[in-house]
Design a protein around this ligand. Structure first.
Ligand SMILES: Cc1cc2nc3c(=O)[nH]c(=O)nc-3n(C[C@H](O)[C@H](O)[C@H](O)COP(=O)(O)OP(=O)(O)OC[C@H]3O[C@@H](n4cnc5c(N)ncnc54)[C@H](O)[C@@H]3O)c2cc1C
Length: 383
């Protein structure tokens, strides 16, 4: 008789993560690293939407004093450690950067004075430069490369799986929770995490509790001829167009991947069902090109235009992300509403969600403030 039977590992917890943006992918990464058997469902491709078209700017303390302060601080640190662990500098353009605020009036064409302390590539009519972030407190990633690298690691090293298909509904019964995918597929799990970004409200289960609005924003990716001349400075502009146009606050991020990202021009619009159907508005793209060329001659007509694009920020009614278990639906979790800070806050959201699903609570960040329960009666009830 065998008195020492081979120890059998308990079955892995099966978790279905829906949505392949930065929030779903970070959740899948940390869950699979913690030992869950993860299946991620994405309707198009990983980082096809905002998570692939964002700026990728990260700040330690810019959210201080707001409800996401602890999330942002934890996430900034996680970005730094992930970059070391995953060779982020080479694989997804992680680097500390300086951040400057500048005022630009388009009508003031003469170049700035030679005495200016601005880096020489900012050779347009920039005024009142102010350092608002240093390499200690601000950094960047290439968001699409970051998100895709994390998913690749989750698959290659921790056995996660990716299914391309559209989630139609979530069903419960028989102690299981199941994701129903277009075409008839059903993926069973012990838990489901919904990270659908601005598409969250299109799922009946979520729209009955929270409203997530999409705010459309535009961006350009330029490849300047002389990238070596362009320093690692993220620019935050107060921009006054000529002829009395509305003031704007576009942003410009040079990247170590040989490109310069320019974004701005947001408007409220209906989110199309298919992320691949999101088209930029030509007028908004024209304005961004003018902004880029006014700030720097390196970003004018001589720069190659690599991408003209638009995407939607996921915004909740109270401007605070929703991260937690859905009341009355044990095993079904939601993580969305990260607005303009989803790339920064992705890692701490994913790590906290992984703890919540696997251990029943998060030690990384106190998630109480983010609970979807706030929309279901009591404080912060949806108005
Ligand atoms: C112009 C711009 C610049 C930005 N710059 C920054 C920045 O510098 N720093 C920063 O921190 N943040 C930035 N952000 C914000 C950041 O991009 C977002 O907060 C973040 O990408 C949101 O991630 P997400 O995973 O929630 O949503 P998304 O990236 O939209 O991902 C949701 C995913 O879910 C999938 N999906 C939806 N419905 C279904 C379904 N039914 N079935 C299957 N899959 C589905 C979608 O296809 C999509 O891939 C910026 C955003 C914009 C628009």
């Amino acid at each position: 008789m065998d008195n020492n039977p081979q120890q059998i590992d308990p079955p892995k917890k099966k978790v279905v993560v829906c949505g392949g943006g930065v929030i779903g992918v970070c959740t899948a990464y940390f869950l699979s690293k913690k030992g869950a058997a993860v299946t991620l469902i994405e309707q198009s491709s990983i980082a096809c939407a905002a998570s692939g078209k964002a700026g990728g700017f990260l700040a330690l303390d810019w959210c201080d004093g707001s409800p996401v302060s602890s999330l942002a601080r934890a996430s900034f640190g996680l970005h730094r450690s992930l970059a070391e662990e995953l060779n982020g500098r080479e694989l997804y353009g992680y680097r500390p950067v300086n951040a400057l605020s500048l005022s630009i009036a388009e009508s003031e064409n003469p170049p700035r004075s030679r005495k200016s302390k601005l880096p020489p590539w900012i050779d347009g009519p920039a005024k009142t430069p102010k350092t608002i972030g240093t390499t200690e407190t601000t950094a960047q990633v290439h968001p699409q490369l970051f998100t895709r690298t994390l998913m690749e690691k989750a698959v290659a090293e921790y056995g996660a799986e990716v299914v391309i298909g559209k989630l139609l509904s979530v069903e419960t019964g028989g102690g299981k929770i199941s994701a129903v995918v277009e075409g008839g597929g059903v993926i069973d799990g012990d838990a489901v995490v919904l990270a659908l970004g601005p598409w969250s409200s299109k799922l009946t289960l979520l729209s009955s509790i929270i409203r997530v609005n999409g705010l459309k924003a535009h961006s350009l990716v330029l490849e300047p001829k002389e990238m070596d001349a362009i320093t690692a400075h993220a620019l935050f502009l107060s921009y006054q167009p000529a002829h009395g146009g509305q003031p704007m606050d576009p942003e410009i991020y040079p990247r170590p991947t040989g490109e310069v990202y320019v974004c701005g021009m947001s408007s409220e619009e209906e989110v199309p069902d298919d992320p691949d159907q999101i088209e930029p508005n030509p007028d908004s793209i024209r304005v961004l090109k003018r902004v880029a060329g006014t700030v720097s001659s390196h970003l004018g007509v001589e720069a190659r235009v690599k991408a003209e694009q638009a995407c939607f920020l996921p915004c909740t009614d109270d401007s605070i992300p929703v991260i937690g278990e859905i009341p009355g639906m044990a095993g079904c979790f939601v993580a969305t509403g990260h607005s303009c800070w989803g790339i920064l806050n992705g890692p701490a959201t994913g790590a906290a969600m992984a703890e919540l699903v696997m251990d029943g609570g998060s030690s990384i960040v106190d998630l109480t403030r983010f609970s979807p329960a706030r929309f279901v009666g009591g404080i912060g009830k949806r108005r």
